[in-house]
Design a protein. Structure first.
Length: 319
């Protein structure tokens, strides 16, 4: 099959093996999205080699013991062992034996086909377009913050970052009624943040970002400097949520964490079903975040475009 692979470098190949796993569903990929995690993996983050990609929508070709054949689906990207306590509770996100689509020991979505357990698949309603469905995984990651932190209309929340994940976080927090300020560097992206529900935006390139101590700070800038800012503006006993992943290490003075008794929460994957329900809503259209579309054969060029500061979501269309 045709696939975008990472070994010594990124390369589109025509002879990648079709990823068949015993007892799992085979999914024909319709389209897939490039995210910042993919860009970091291409730099060496997580040490992954093989077919990249985890944001996708596809059509089920084979599904043992299921009626999903022919249906459009998205998928939970963490495939657990199925036997441990976490898996028994229906949450394989931290199963010690898990594989992760396009990230850890599992061939990903930048290919004609992928394989996932049937239990990982969620059917996409007819009202949700293919391109909107691609956003289910990152939107789930955004909504995952609300699993971990209680946010109410009385809470002041600052979001550091104005990229594609940050803007989905705006959509998620707007539903919770948060008094949200977004700090970024790109006027067009900050304008979109206001459209998505931010109460206030700060352009760090043109405005003084003198922010008052804040209840909750979410770091989603994709830059190591974002965490330093987040720790600085969190109020004593406030909460800092970390969404960025980096290939390079980050040096920090953590004395602020101790002195201000800050709570730091790492936030990775969320649940897909709430994301699909949100996408069904007429109020949510994340396709405004799409800046470019490429065919799979142009995958290397697509990655180069996705790495540009002005880019938002880059979509790979799989013929």
């Amino acid at each position: 099959m045709k696939a975008l692979t990472l070994h010594d470098s990124l390369e589109v190949v025509d002879d990648a093996p079709t990823p068949r796993r015993d007892g799992e569903a085979l999914v024909r990929v319709i389209c897939a999205g490039i995210c910042n995690t993919d860009l970091e993996i291409a730099k060496g983050y997580a040490g992954f080699k093989g077919v990249l990609g985890h944001e996708f929508v596809g059509q089920v070709v084979e599904a043992p013991g299921s009626n999903l054949v022919g249906r459009r689906v998205v998928g939970e990207i963490n495939a657990g062992c199925g036997n441990c306590d976490l898996c028994a509770k229906g949450d394989p996100r931290h199963c010690e034996e898990r594989t992760v689509l396009g990230i850890k020991d599992r061939s990903g979505a930048f290919a004609e086909f992928l394989s996932l357990p049937v239990r990982n698949l969620i059917e996409v309603p007819d009202s949700v377009s293919d391109e909107a469905a691609v956003f289910a995984e990152p939107l789930a990651a955004a909504l995952g913050i609300l699993e971990q932190v209680q946010v109410s209309p009385k809470d002041n929340v600052v979001l550091i970052g104005d990229g594609k994940l940050a803007l989905l976080i705006v959509l998620a927090l707007a539903r919770a009624g948060a008094n949200l300020t977004v700090v970024g560097k790109h006027k067009a992206k900050l304008d979109l943040a206001r459209r998505f529900g931010a109460r206030k935006t700060v352009n760090a390139r043109t405005q003084q970002a003198d922010l008052e101590p804040t209840d909750v700070v979410i770091e989603a800038s994709g830059s190591p400097s974002g965490l330093e800012i987040a720790l600085r503006i969190a109020k004593p006993r406030g909460t800092v949520v970390l969404k960025s992943t980096h290939h390079e290490s980050t040096k920090l003075d953590l004395s602020t964490v101790v002195v201000n008794e800050l709570k730091i929460i790492g936030s990775r994957c969320g649940r897909m079903k709430p994301a699909i329900e949100m996408l069904k809503s007429d109020r949510v259209d994340p396709t405004a975040l799409i800046s470019n579309r490429f065919e799979l054969a142009e995958g290397v060029r697509a990655f180069a475009q996705a790495s540009m500061p002005e880019s938002m979501k880059v979509i790979l269309r799989i013929p």
